[in-house]
Ligand binder design. Structure first.
Ligand SMILES: [Zn+2]
Length: 465
């Protein structure tokens, strides 16, 4: 692929920094080193890097910094970068109904600009593995998934493209307008085409594709069922929204005679190859079912708060053995678009729940944003912790500046402090951020391009109204 990231060669040594490895023992070093060879981590340990290393192409003095695994985002809708700050006081269903008509006018140029904005914002905050759940495919809009894939390739971020779909319009009792949905056959055929064209299952792959019908209230039962069959036939993962709001629960009971989790189980949608966004309204039995089947969850604390959806029971999910990662969610419901600040929001919001101060520790919050996310995306063997043999997806956070220099513990500084600046972020051993700026794209250009496309979308939507 033309946009594929340049391969890293030689060794990079980073030392004199605090290190949080997020390995099984939560190993940390007050001052340690990491050696990167090509696209892999070669060694991690205390003190300075060993003497006599050959073929060292770069040495980084990490004094005043914390080194962690790159962050992994597990839920997003890039196109929403163009519709931020709208319906700011509405709950989910009202918010969706207000925005669907505008979203149904997106085209390839818009999605490309929005993907660059979304990915750029996350990358400069330490995200090395991103995902997107795109489910709006207006007729004649161009190659929308291809536009996102192109943007991720250009910025150098590891990517899971979740090919979404909706086929339950208002005339079938669904929430989206009929003009915004695809047919069952069309959605399945296009999803299969996307897998065949783009999915790369190899170790260190820069691009996965997942099958991702949007939600119970916008997708037919047949699309859920056949989507699961397609994913299993192709060996790719399954993603959707689940148990986000009380209204969704009511909708499921009225339409299917059961709650969302029972419905998912009835259509083959619980399993180790499935992850769900939100999982807010979960009963004890739902959590038990997720734990028993290894179904993953993408916890999106800011979006859940913004839409007044409620608080997911993350401590209970973790106790049940459920893989849990963090998600930005679409930026129409989380305008900041950052993942590193979700570490803090996850910790704070969960402490307002039943488990109080024991809900999540700073280390557990960091784990959700790194290894937890990698598990959810099926990539825990490759990324999510700093261990020899894993991919060189690492972030060096600057903690000696005004915002953090007096916070005693570096992990607490990262999780509880202000959004920490990124001095260096590597994906596959290749820099994607240096000194807080994207290395492979011009941020001002991204900002201008996204603003222009947002205005064009608003104009088209106003005209269509
Ligand atoms: Zn979402």
């Amino acid at each position: 692929m033309a946009d594929q990231q340049a391969a890293a060669t030689g060794r990079i040594v980073i030392d004199k920094c605090a290190i949080a490895t997020v390995d099984a023992q939560d190993t940390e070093y007050a001052s340690g080193h990491v050696v990167i060879n090509g696209n892999r981590i070669e060694s991690v340990g205390p003190g300075d890097a060993p003497e006599g290393l050959r073929d060292v192409t770069r040495r980084v003095d990490g004094t005043g910094h914390l080194l962690t695994p790159g962050l992994v985002n597990t839920h997003h809708h890039f196109y929403q970068w163009l519709t931020r700050g709208l319906a700011t006081d509405s709950p989910l269903f009202d918010w969706l109904v207000a925005l669907y008509p505008t979203w149904a006018r997106v085209d390839e140029e818009m999605v490309y600009a929005a993907a660059r904005g979304s990915l750029g914002m996350m990358a400069r905050g330490g995200v090395t593995t991103a995902m997107d759940h795109h489910y709006v495919f207006p007729r004649g809009a161009g190659d929308l998934l291809g536009a996102e894939i192109r943007a991720a390739g250009e910025l150098g971020v590891r990517f899971t493209a979740a090919r979404g779909s909706m086929d339950r319009g208002t005339s079938d009792g669904g929430l989206p307008p009929d003009f915004a949905v695809e047919t069952l056959e069309g959605a399945l055929a296009e999803t299969e085409k996307a897998i065949d064209a783009h999915h790369d299952a190899s170790f260190g792959s820069m691009l996965h594709v997942a099958v991702a019908p949007c939600s119970p209230f916008s997708v037919s039962t047949e699309l859920m069922r056949q989507g699961a069959e397609l994913a299993r036939r192709k060996g790719v993962r399954l993603h959707t929204h689940g148990s986000e709001t009380a209204e969704e629960e009511k909708f499921c009971h009225e339409l299917f005679g059961m709650g969302p989790t029972d419905y998912f189980e009835s259509v083959g949608w619980l399993g180790e190859d499935v992850w769900m966004a939100h999982c807010v309204h979960m009963t004890d039995a739902d959590i038990e079912a997720f734990g028993r089947t290894g179904t993953g969850a993408a916890h999106c604390p800011s979006s859940n708060a913004r839409l007044a959806a409620g608080t997911a029971r993350v401590p209970d999910m973790l106790a049940a053995g459920i893989p849990v990662g963090l998600g930005v969610d679409g930026t129409a419901s989380n305008e900041s678009g950052e993942l590193h600040t979700e570490l803090r929001n996850a910790l704070l919001i969960n402490r307002l729940g039943a488990h109080k101060e024991n809900a999540l520790s700073t280390r557990e919050a960091l784990r959700l944003g790194t290894l937890g996310g990698a598990r959810v995306l099926g990539r825990a063997q490759e990324t999510g912790s700093l261990e020899a043999g894993k991919l060189a997806d690492v972030v060096l956070w600057k903690l000696d500046g005004i915002g953090h220099s007096t916070i005693a513990d570096p992990v607490a500084a990262l999780v509880l402090g202000a959004a920490a600046p990124v001095t260096l972020s590597l994906v596959n051993g290749v820099p994607v951020v240096e000194d807080g700026r994207l290395t492979r794209a011009d941020e001002d250009d991204i900002a201008r391009g996204a603003r222009d496309e947002a205005r064009r979308l608003a104009k088209i939507a106003a005209g269509a109204g």
